[in-house]
Each structure stands twice: as C-alpha cells, then as structure tokens.
Design a protein around this ligand. Structure first.
Ligand SMILES: Cc1cc2nc3c(=O)[nH]c(=O)nc-3n(C[C@H](O)[C@H](O)[C@H](O)COP(=O)(O)OP(=O)(O)OC[C@H]3O[C@@H](n4cnc5c(N)ncnc54)[C@H](O)[C@@H]3O)c2cc1C
Length: 402
C-alpha cells in the first residue's frame, strides 16, 4: 500500500483543519509535559478525554488492524496526523505505554483473545496501561528482576514491588516482568511476562513525589496477588525475550506504534522568543552575540536530529547500519532536550531561580519545570549511559561492557 501525492496533500489539509478546529482550550491549570508527569485527576481526565476525541476522529492507530479497532490504513496517514499534532503543539496522548509499547507488543505476539480484549480499549483510552519493569534495586539491571510469580495450578501468585511506575495511580493494566523460577543457570532465564489488571486485591500503587513537586509515578506493591495464567504473554520462563521486544518498541527501534504525540515538544524557536524578553545585564539576552551563536548551534542540532529521523524512514538512506539511527535517537533527542531547557534557564540570570507559581518567573517558570522534567527522558526506558553502551556495542561494534 502506498499513497499518492494528491491523497497525501488532501489528507494533510483535512487533518490540519481538524486539529485547528478541535484542539482543546487551555484548561486554566498546568498540564503535564509527558505521560510521566500525570499527577492529578483533573489532568488525567482532561488528557484521557482528548485522546478519546482524537481516536474517535480517526487519527490514532490509523495503521493498526481494523478488526481490533485500528484504521487499517497506510502508515503514511498516521505519520502525517502525528506530525500535525507536533506542529500544532496539541496536548499529548496520555496512554503512551498502551499506544507505543504494550499495544504493538500484543499485536506482534499476543493471541487473538488478547488482541480482542485490549487493542481497541488502548486506542480509545478506556484502558490505561503502565509498565512494571523497574524494581527498587534493579533498574538498568532489568534481568535481575525479583518480583516473584509462583505458579499455583492455573494461577500465579505475585509478591514484591515495582517502582517508578508512570501512571501507576491511574492504570487499568500493567505489563509486568516477574521471576517465575529461581533455579536457573542465568538471571535471564526464569522470568515471565504478564498482562495484568491493576484494580484487583493486593495491588497497591503508592504515589512518589518528584523534584518538581508533582506526582507522576508510584511504587507498586504486590501482596499475594492472584492472576490467571491466561495473563501470560509469551511462554512461561521466556519473559526476558518479551521484555527485550518491548524495549525495541519503547525505544522506537521497531515500528508499529499507534502514533500520536507523547510529550509536549520544545523547539529552539521558543527559546529565541524567550531570549527576546529575558533581560540580562539590562539588555535582552538575544542582543548578546555569544547567546545568538549558541542558539544557532541548537538550531543546527535540532535540524540535524529532525533530518536524521526522516532519513531513518528512507531505506536507501538508512540501510548501511540497520537500526542505528533508531538506537541512537532516544539518547540524542533526550539529551538535546535537557540541554536546551538548561540553556534557556541560563539566559534568565537571577530570574532562573524563580519557579512555576513565583511572581516574575519568566514564561511562568516553564523552562525550569521543563529542565527538571527533561531528565525523565534521559533515565526512563534506559539511562543515557546504558544507551551509550548499546550504541557502542551494537552500532559501533565496540567490545561489550563488563
Ligand atoms: C520519569 C521516570 C519514569 C519512569 N517510568 C517507569 C515506568 O513506567 N516503569 C518502569 O518499570 N520504570 C520506569 N522508570 C525507571 C527507569 O526505567 C529506571 O530508572 C532506569 O532504567 C534506571 O534504573 P535505576 O533508576 O534503577 O538506576 P540504576 O540502574 O541503579 O543506575 C544508576 C546509575 O548507574 C548507571 N549505570 C547502570 N548500569 C550501567 C552500565 N551497565 N553502564 C554504565 N552506566 C550504568 C546509570 O546510567 C545511572 O546513572 C522511570 C524512570 C523515570 C526517571
């Protein structure tokens, strides 16, 4: 399937008009910047309603199979719709874990029963998903997961805890990696992967407060939680392989995500605007030649990252090192975003110490909040150091780290 230039142009015009007309009004309270910062019922309800509206209009899951609630269309349509959401800076799709990693995983390897049960409800935001991978002592070292899953007939009994569960307070389902066998030769054996309901006896998500004062994730406790073995995805004891597949979706190394924007984007243009009115030494910061030089460097990098993402979609331009752009993307994009927010703060002089809610905070303190929250992207889904190891080993062919 491919779409003609005319179809493309017509769809572009349609989708642009729809988002212009239907974008939600500013709710008058602070919205989160990504699915990792949804901390109040008000924010959650607003974002869930918005995702539902976008799905009902047909602009989400456009390339997912029709029989499970998708649009059954060419991926190019979804790419156009997603690019328009980014361009119009509309609020993000809050069910990120469902749309971008649980959903593609279920479509890729789940039985029909799981596809029928979950896919449409992920798209419509009727079911919100979270991810139970990290544990208090095992984050990067995911293969060491210790939450126990003990088989009891055709059920499993879960005990232990997961941590940093984004959307843990709101989720209806969790993708969960647990240890079902302790007598194995390596830590990677004996893990099993489950799709479990969250609102059942014994599961207790306890909110954790962030540096920003917001609540976005939980420590999620499991106390004798019983789930049927139909919650398994993949074979019992082969959870590591399923987790690795999930990470390829999470880090966008594999395609198949439902589309839609998943965090509020920042651009260098916005920092330029801010530099026009942020005063330093009695002058707007933009009047400083060194500041302008640095802004140009950020713009060039931003353009380079964007072109690289586009290049990745053109086989003739990306085939030399399959997957290499995608593997580097999480690292380069999240670090760029963190540095841009940090730079925006340095332009504010003493005002940089003012935060959201403080009188006189430049742009309402959004850059300070953005800076703190930008660390999420450099840690969640694999830290920058771990991503560097991956790029070093799998793209550059360097020896494996010990
Ligand atoms: C905002 C946010 C949201 C998150 N959401 C979720 C979620 O929804 N579900 C979930 O399961 N988890 C989630 N996480 C957890 C995240 O995946 C882990 O924090 C991350 O994998 C790192 O694990 P850790 O915190 O245990 O740090 P550690 O693994 O203890 O790492 C500590 C430091 O050591 C470095 N390090 C570790 N191993 C190596 C190595 N081999 N080589 C070089 N350096 C190394 C790390 O880079 C880091 O700097 C979230 C985290 C954040 C910040």
């Amino acid at each position: 399937m491919s779409i003609s230039p005319q179809e493309k142009a017509e769809f572009q015009a349609e989708v642009s008009a729809w988002f212009t007309e239907n974008r939600p009004a500013d709710p008058g309270y602070l919205l989160p910047q990504s699915f990792m910062e949804v901390g109040t019922d008000q924010q959650f309800d607003f974002l869930r309603t918005w995702q539902r509206k976008v799905y009902d209009a047909g602009y989400l899951g456009m390339a997912w199979p029709k029989e499970y609630g998708g649009g059954g269309k060419d991926q190019a349509f979804q790419d156009i719709a997603t690019a328009e959401m980014v361009a119009q800076k509309v609020p993000f799709m809050t069910n990120t874990i469902g749309l971008s990693w649980a959903g593609p995983l279920i479509l890729n390897m789940g039985p029909d029963a799981q596809k029928e049960a979950y896919i449409k409800r992920i798209l419509s935001a009727e079911d919100i998903w979270c991810q139970g991978f990290s544990e208090p002592d095992h984050g990067s070292d995911l293969g060491n997961a210790q939450l126990r899953a003990v088989r009891d007939g055709d059920e499993f009994v879960l005990n232990g805890s997961k941590i940093w569960t984004s959307l843990g307070s709101y989720a209806d389902f969790m993708i969960l990696l647990a240890r079902s066998n302790t007598e194995t030769n390596t830590k990677y054996e004996g893990l099993s992967y489950f799709l479990i309901p969250m609102k059942i006896p014994g599961i207790d998500p306890v909110p954790i407060k962030k540096l920003t004062g917001e609540f976005g994730f939980t420590q999620t406790f499991f106390d004798n939680v019983r789930v049927p073995d139909s919650c398994l995805i993949g074979e019992e004891g082969k959870g590591w392989q399923v987790a690795m597949k999930t990470l390829t979706f999470e880090r966008a190394v594999s395609g198949g995500q439902a589309g839609g924007v998943h965090s509020m984007q920042v651009s260098t243009d916005e920092v330029v605007e801010m530099a026009r009115h942020a005063m330093r030494d009695g002058h707007p910061a933009i009047e400083d030649a060194i500041v302008r030089d640095q802004l140009v460097a950020f713009m060039m990098e931003e353009r380079g990252l964007d072109l690289n993402n586009q290049r990745d979609k053109i086989p003739g331009l990306a085939s030399e090192w399959p997957g290499s752009i995608a593997m580097a993307r999480k690292l380069t994009n999240s670090e760029w975003r963190r540095r841009l927010n940090q730079f925006a703060m340095t332009l504010q002089g003493a005002n940089a110490s003012r935060y959201v809610g403080d009188d006189g905070a430049i742009d309402g303190g959004r850059w300070q909040r953005g800076y703190f929250n930008a660390f999420s992207g450099t840690i969640g889904g694999g830290t920058s150091q771990v991503q560097k190891n991956i790029v070093g080993e799998r793209v550059l062919g360097l020896p494996k780290s010990e």
